[in-house]
Write a new protein. Sequence first.
Length: 240
Amino acid sequence: MDKKEPNDITASGVVISGKRILTNAHVVQYASEVQVRPIRPATNFQPLSKLSGPGSISLCSNWKTRNFSIRTRRCRFESRSRTPRTRSWFTAIPPAGPSLSITKGIISRIEFTGYSLSALGLRIQIDAAINPGNSGGPAVVNDEIVGLAFSHLQTAQNIGYIIPVEEIELFLQDVADGSYDGKPVMYDDLQTLENPALRSYLHLPESLQGMVVHRPFDPSPNYPLKEWDVITKIARRAGR
């Protein structure tokens, strides 16, 4: 089998503390070389390390050039602590060649879905197009970053997706020790509680939020989850 020639691709990223850049995993995960070009100055730099979560977020760091700097006074944004509600207006700021472009839209849906075969997480649907080169660029609500531009629906127009700040924070906490351990995965078939008839059948109060176990991954009696169980919270082990 012949080896394919390498391709050059262009994407976006967000500079964060510690001379680090957040972008999408599919941008740099399998790259043999990564070059970074700030809007100003127009000079390329090479990061010496990268950490990627499968199908979602990547972090490039440890610059080869010590005097690397970016002026951020005019584009200084704080990360939002929570995902914005649906129907909120947002602004996407992806680079367009050597300059910035501004795209506005509305957050139309927030869902839990698969990024890839081995990664699940929250995803925000927007009514603005995400084009090649936009991946990894920031999405902003009221001068706060709410996520990274991620992908678009190829069979429709003006339907794009954003990875929200909750997923970014989980990723940054995971890689703080210099390695990516990944997120726990559940292989059970789960169902949301949006259907009022289902909530009535299960005698659930309106204030309760969670997921119904539709089909357990393991039908054996020793498996902790059973059909019609309602998962309301997943606790973390002490010290983890």
